[in-house]
Design a protein around this ligand. Structure first.
Ligand code: FAD
Length: 403
């Protein structure tokens, strides 16, 4: 490989370029971006929406300066199409075509906005955050559609700043999409923060100045935020590569796009990767974009992957409504769920997802238990799912790894 073209100038792109240079790649590296600004970190956009007005630069967060490491970074030259023939990949942009021996697709995700909901805001980019922030003055009425990770985070920071917040959730409880029934255990956090939470409630008409519920009730608002999830930003690929129905790209353990020549790789939110322990792991979370690229680069350059983080556990973190959450692994829809500690107590708590009828642990959630976070991560360091004694794991007096 002599030249690598990285498409997308976010976390996975930055990490790819950093890994190429760390592994001694001396060829040409170019990067295409779409936002016109240097890479920044997204998690603070919701958690620090109102107390950090400029994006935190990724260079500080991950210690890699994309602009210094790549030969060329075009921050405002989005890719419009891809063609791969033989050994060369060709990427079309508005100014022409670029060719490279290898292309890394790291275009991240975009916020979902159902048809007809055009007036509402979404929160995915620094520009989105700036628009939303302007509206969130004390006393303003904010309606958030969706009590997922981002809806919950924004609800908490907005309410703390004196905004009148209502959250609508179509499912039975907050975080139901990610945590199933366990999500409902966070319901009390909304009351405590002074946020109105309406679950099992579908938004009908969604406009800039309010939401009409399916039963006709109208909620007037100064700002409406639609936070109903994100999808891989791969529409620009058209039919050039096999894409999953949600737009993601299935990749092998070297992050090669399955069904495409080996010169085509994908990492970060766009990639649906294979884990020996967890099966197919979707993108969408920071840690995957942070760690995937080192394996991608090792495989692309034909070097041994000496990264101990190989097959890292899926990991999501969130700070919401005054609570710290960390989720490792993938909760299954049909798993047996056990609680660790008491969600109403003040020592923090957790939840464990076991394979039905077995002691094999699929996922762990820790809430306000910093000491459990490291243990939970280490539980998923082996080649197979860990086995835990359910009764012992329920007891906060015992270390998670001793169970
Ligand atoms: P991105 O960082 O999104 O980078 C992709 C880049 O590609 C973007 O800059 C985009 O503009 C660019 N691009 C798109 N299309 C093109 C194109 N055609 N050509 C060129 N460039 C293109 N994860 C967690 O685990 N925990 C959290 O607490 C958390 N909080 C979050 C809060 C918010 C508000 C958001 C939006 C996300 C959050 N995430 C969180 C998710 C996390 O930020 C992402 O998983 C991570 O940024 C993915 O990195 P990436 O490099 O794949 O994509």
């Amino acid at each position: 490989v002599r030249d690598v073209l990285v498409v997308g100038a976010g976390l996975a792109a930055t990490q790819t370029v950093a890994a190429l240079r760390e592994r001694g790649f001396g060829g040409r590296v170019s990067v295409l971006g779409a936002e016109g600004i240097a890479p920044y970190d997204r998690p603070p956009l919701s958690k620090h929406l109102l107390d950090r007005r400029t994006p935190t630069w990724l260079a500080d967060e991950v210690g890699a300066d994309l602009l210094a490491l790549a030969d060329e970074v075009a921050l405002d030259e989005p890719a419009r199409g891809l063609a791969v023939d033989g050994e060369a990949a060709r990427v079309a942009t508005d100014t022409g075509e670029r060719t490279a021996d290898a292309v890394v697709i790291a275009t991240g995700a975009r916020a979902v906005r159902p048809a007809g909901w055009d007036g509402a805001l979404t929160l995915h980019t620094a520009a989105d955050a700036a628009l939303l922030r302007e509206r969130l003055v004390p006393g303003a009425r904010l309606v958030i559609v969706g009590a997922g990770w981002i809806g919950a985070e924004v609800a908490g920071v907005a309410a703390a700043a004196g905004v009148d917040v209502t959250v609508l959730e179509a499912l039975d409880g907050p975080l139901a999409g990610a945590l199933g029934a366990v999500g409902a255990l966070t319901r009390g956090w909304y009351d405590a923060a002074g946020v109105r939470l309406l679950t099992g409630t579908r938004a009908g008409e969604v406009r800039a100045d309010g939401v009409t519920l399916a039963d006709g009730t109208r909620l007037a608002a100064d700002a409406v935020l639609v936070a109903v999830g994100a999808r891989p930003a791969t529409a620009w690929l058209g039919d050039a590569l096999p894409r999953e129905p949600d737009g993601s790209l299935r990749v092998d353990e070297g992050y090669g796009v399955i069904g495409a020549p080996r010169a085509v790789r994908a990492a970060g939110d766009v990639a649906l990767r294979r884990s020996r322990r967890h099966g197919w792991v979707p993108g969408g979370h920071w840690d995957g974009a942070l760690r995937g690229p080192s394996q991608l680069v090792a495989d692309l350059l034909g070097l041994p992957d000496d990264d101990a983080s190989a097959d890292v556990a899926p990991y999501v973190f969130s700070t919401q409504l005054g609570h710290e959450l960390a989720l490792f692994g993938l909760p299954g829809a049909g798993s047996d769920v056990a609680l660790r500690g008491d969600p109403r107590g003040d020592e923090g708590w957790g939840a464990l997802w076991f394979r039905p009828g077995s002691d094999e642990l699929e996922a762990v959630l820790t809430v306000d238990r910093p000491r459990d976070v490291g243990s939970a991560r280490r539980l998923f360091a082996g080649a197979t799912l860990p086995r835990l004694d359910r009764a012992a794991a329920a007891d906060l007096a015992r270390g998670l790894r001793d169970a």
